[in-house]
Design a protein around this ligand. Structure first.
Ligand code: COA
Length: 577
């Protein structure tokens, strides 16, 4: 809830009413006035209809998560009131479409500041276009909480400019109509307002998905192939605009299988290559992930997780592909799975995904998720000169004594990789088991030697990968281990629990397969109870950690398609203590 200049505004209504655009515009306006933002949106799989929600958290401080609940709820319809009404607390502000919308009664809720704004009526009757209802709401919100109208006008211009000057004009009018309605009819009693922050230099506002695309470009990815799937498509959209500027290539394939086949081919040819998909796409890619493992070809697969299994909840949030990412593909396939916590991390962990893929010549799965992929945050513009890029161990034609062994058994397990056409560097790249020379070979000794090689090369990955972050606490008996976007929520929950008198430590692994054994064992040797909150039914990381270490974690799972709130994890910490 609101702290010093920490405000959470949620907008809810029917998909198609422009909830998402309205939220995006408030977010952009807030950044222009120097505020930190973190957004969360959820909407139905349909193009129209169903409940859509957009939430923006503003602050003058760095924001770690979506927060617990909201301070202001703007309801475009009765459904939004029904869905969110149970979360109203003392001091909540309710802005609602009344009279003239589908909310039948005037709202008078004890402890809640209720502001009726006839947004549908104003849009339809005064402005003649229902479409601009969301801008009426925006004008009201801007007036109530001192969000800059100039910034909002600038965002209307940039977002709707391509729809024509008349659309921009009508939306400016709607914005003013909403503002004037508040000025003329509402006596503001709530304490909330957003004081402008200090405008920050070098700040960019991007989504988690766009950050993955940006990280790929910074890692020198020059080939991308994918098939559209919610909630991952925005990565392809971003790269389709930008990869050509770096002389890179993007191919939209006929399906996910072809996408990964394209990526493997491009990497075999020497290009850093990537695909992006969601759970259903990773399921289709399993055979080719096995092939990339067998061929020891570096590939990066971004999996923006959604509610599963099968078609599941395409636009909802889950962290439920870890078993698939770690243990998928038949046979013993060596691969690496890493998972970013926030938008900024999506940039740098995508760079690390390429560094790992190229150094160890393995498939790397980068597990983002629906809440993170769609989230927009204001982050520091990355400085390419500070980014460490790892290149693959390349075959040197000058060393070619004519006996190039693509799969030479080396000390590290990694063997130099040639590119097609290099003199003396030709080899057979095949999914068949093969000898050091790359010729197919099925002898028992060879299969053992090659399987050992493909696993041995990852033996020290924990030392190569950025160190797992500890948040120690003297005297604590409970430690929290969180992964993926749940880390941000866990950070905030630990802060709340400590502020309320609990002693608790935390560990935030980004490398989730192979598990960072040394960090896990060091952590569990200090804290007797290990709590693992994650968003899936089976407690997937908890089970993987229990199978790979002596830790017996306490698994805390939710799987309703929404993220944890810090309050939920803080309460669980106290319960475990
Ligand atoms: N004036 C003019 N146009 C406006 C407007 C205004 N005041 N407010 C919004 N719009 C436009 C938006 O620009 C957008 O147009 P676009 O589609 O050309 O970009 C459109 O109206 C929808 O508005 P938006 O705010 O983006 O979304 P919404 O809140 O109305 O919800 C969605 C609609 C997002 C739910 C729907 O578009 C969608 O994406 N559904 C999910 C599809 C999906 O991923 N399914 C899963 C398949 S597996």
């Amino acid at each position: 809830m609101a702290g010093a200049n920490d405000l959470i505004i949620r907008i809810g209504g029917e998909g198609g009413e422009g909830i998402i655009s309205a939220g995006d515009m408030i977010a952009q306006a807030a950044v222009r006035s120097g505020l930190e933002i973190l957004t969360f949106k959820t909407f139905p799989a349909e193009i129209r209809g169903g409940y859509a929600m957009y939430q923006i958290r503003f602050s003058h401080e760095k924001i770690l998560s979506e927060g617990s609940g909201f301070d202001v709820m703007c309801c475009f319809n009765q459904e939004a009131l029904d869905v969110n009404g149970k979360s109203f607390t003392d001091g909540t502000v309710l802005i609602y479409d009344y009279p003239g919308g589908d909310i039948a009664e005037e709202q008078d809720i004890p402890g809640v500041y209720c502001y009726a704004v006839p947004m549908s009526k104003i849009a339809k009757e005064d402005l003649g276009t229902y479409r601009s209802k969301n801008m009426v709401a925006l004008g009201a919100i801007s007036e109530l909480f001192s969000i800059s109208m100039d910034s909002l006008r600038a965002t209307i211009e940039s977002k709707f400019g391509k729809k024509g000057a008349d659309v921009v004009e009508i939306n400016f009018k709607a914005l003013d109509a909403g503002k004037n309605h508040i000025r003329e009819n509402i006596d503001k009693k709530d304490p909330f307002k957003m004081d402008p922050g200090k405008p920050q230099e070098d700040v960019i506002v991007i989504s988690g998905n766009e950050a993955v695309g940006l990280g790929a470009l910074l890692a020198k990815c020059r080939f991308f192939s994918a098939y559209p799937i919610t909630p991952a498509t925005e990565i392809a959209n971003f790269l389709s605009r930008h990869i050509p500027k770096f002389n890179g290539t993007l191919v939209q394939a006929e399906d996910e299988i072809a996408s990964l086949a394209n990526v493997i081919g491009a990497s075999y040819g020497g290009a850093k290559s990537m695909t992006a998909t969601s759970g259903p796409g990773v399921s289709l890619m399993q055979e080719l992930i096995g092939m990339a493992t067998m061929m020891e070809v570096p590939v990066v697969i971004a999996d923006v997780q959604r509610g599963g299994p099968s078609t599941g909840l395409p636009t909802k949030h889950e962290q439920s592909d870890l078993f698939l990412a770690a243990h998928g593909c038949h046979g013993d396939g060596s691969k690496v799975v890493i998972s970013p916590e926030g938008v900024e991390d999506c940039i740098y962990l995508t760079v690390e995904a390429f560094n790992v893929a190229e150094k160890y010549q393995v498939p790397v799965l980068l597990l983002s998720d629906g809440s993170l992929g769609f989230r927009t945050s204001s982050i520091k513009k990355p400085d390419p000169s500070k980014i460490n890029i790892v290149e693959r161990d390349k075959y040197d034609p000058a060393s070619g004594d004519g006996g190039y062994k693509r799969y030479k058994l080396t000390e590290s397990g990694v063997s130099p990789m040639s590119a097609p056409g290099q003199p003396g560097g030709n080899y057979i790249s095949t999914g068949l088991e093969h000898a050091e020379s790359s010729a197919p070979n099925y002898t028992p000794e060879n299969h053992v030697a090659m399987l050992d090689k493909r696993f041995h090369k990852l033996d020290n990955i924990e030392d190569f990968f950025p160190a797992t972050e500890f948040d120690e606490e003297e005297g604590a008996t409970v430690g929290v281990i969180a992964w993926g976007s749940t880390i941000g929520t866990a950070r905030e929950a630990v802060k709340i629990a400590r502020a309320e008198g609990s002693k608790v430590a935390a560990l935030y692994p980004k490398l989730v397969w192979p598990v960072p054994k040394k960090a896990l064992e060091r952590f569990s040797s200090k804290y007797e109870k290990i709590l693992i909150p994650e968003i899936n039914k089976q407690g997937q990381l908890a089970k993987i950690i229990a199978s790979e270490t002596d830790i017996k974690p306490i698994s805390y799972t939710i799987y309703g398609g929404l993220p944890f709130t810090p309050r939920m994890i803080a309460d669980k910490i106290k319960e475990v203590i």
